[in-house]
Design a protein around this ligand. Structure first.
Ligand code: 5GP
Ligand code: MN
Length: 330
């Protein structure tokens, strides 16, 4: 676990860090933070990703140094794979020939690494990376603090999700003390959208539908709508939040048509409903309240199957007591 990871770092020199395709705030923030940590320990380290850094994270310290490549082209002492459910998620085939350290906080992750450090109690992998820095006696610089803060901020949905705990705020408070600037980071991540993203959001939200119970909502984006708005796939991130803001809705789906009848589906739910299991059924994964998958499919069939499984997930979810907590079967 953590001890094995710190041993490995102490004993070796040359490292790479990667995360999943279309990296998000935790994947990137944690990778960049770990890179700063390794460099402060005088290690040779670089962040290598298949996909470019999204606009929202370009201002994070070190983001401009991320190597965007189709595959790894040299041998490292170890490659840290951040928040990936399996070894194919980074989209770098040569990972198969590397010593892999799997660092994740998902419950659905495979133990694909030569070392596996999984902590499903961490709100974000950023929290684990922060613990690693502390365990290795690394001074938390403003760079490390900012990257970890971005990871925490995004993976807790700006501290809205149920993974937000007293510990999250304690760490966030430490990070601010060490130089993370909350308003500046939030501005960069959530207030720098392109015009096309908001136009596309309008078009997508106009497709909103609910089932007869009012508990399941879904939205749809055709490839044509994306092209007409001038938006990119990256601009579709976050739109799924809106259907879930409806009071009665417990689970939501966003069907995005990429080219060639390929659909990327995002699933979200409120507390008690588990959408990770639904995503897994379709070959994806994620967290209980935020999951997804990509599939080549016919829209009518896919949406019918996904909505049926969401209905079952809502029907099978544990009941809540008067305080909004799950009544757990004994
Ligand atoms: P999003 O809906 O924002 O794309 O993804 C939400 C969550 O589901 C993230 O935690 C992400 O890692 C997970 N997820 C999305 N797509 C996939 C997928 O294709 N495979 C797996 N294993 N997880 C996914
Ligand atoms: Mn994460």
């Amino acid at each position: 676990m953590l001890g094995e990871v710190t041993d490995l770092i102490e004993k070796h020199q040359k490292f790479a860090i990667t995360s999943h395709i279309r990296p998000d705030g935790d994947g990137l923030g944690s990778s960049l933070a770990l890179n700063w940590i390794l460099r402060s320990l005088n290690k040779d380290s670089e962040v290598v990703m298949r996909d470019p850094v999204p606009q929202a994270y370009l201002n994070l310290p070190g983001a401009s140094e991320v190597l965007v490549v189709p595959d790894l082209d040299c041998q490292y002492d170890a490659v840290f794979v951040i928040e990936c459910s399996d070894v194919t998620r980074p989209g770098l085939p040569a990972l198969n020939t590397q010593f892999v350290v799997n660092i994740d906080h998902h419950t659905t992750t495979e133990l694909f690494g030569n070392l596996n450090w999984i902590d499903s109690t961490a709100a974000a992998v950023g929290e684990m990376v922060y613990n690693l820095a502390k365990a290795m006696g690394v001074k938390i610089t403003p760079e490390i603090a900012s990257c970890v803060y971005a990871a925490l901020l995004t993976d807790t949905g700006s501290f809205h999700f149920s993974n937000t705990t007293e510990r999250t705020f304690k760490i966030a408070s430490d990070l601010v003390k060490y130089g993370a600037q909350p308003a500046k980071l939030s501005q960069a991540i959530f207030y720098q959208y392109p015009y096309a993203k908001i136009k596309l959001t309008g078009a997508v939200l106009s497709t909103l539908q609910c089932d007869e119970t009012g508990k399941i909502a879904w939205i749809q984006m055709t490839h044509k709508a994306m092209q007409e708005s001038g938006a990119t796939e990256e601009d579709t991130d976050g739109i799924i939040t809106y259907p879930l803001t409806i009071g009665d809705v417990e689970a939501a789906a966003f069907f995005r048509e990429l080219a060639n009848s390929t659909y990327r589906v995002s699933l979200r739910s409120k507390n008690r409903v588990n959408v990770a299991q639904v995503a897994e059924h379709f070959g994806g994964g994620g967290h209980k309240n935020a999951a997804g998958f990509t599939r080549v499919a016919n829209y009518d069939e896919l949406s019918r199957d996904v909505l049926a499984r969401l209905k079952a997930a809502v029907a099978n979810a544990p009941a809540l007591n008067g305080h909004g907590n799950e009544i757990k079967p004994r």
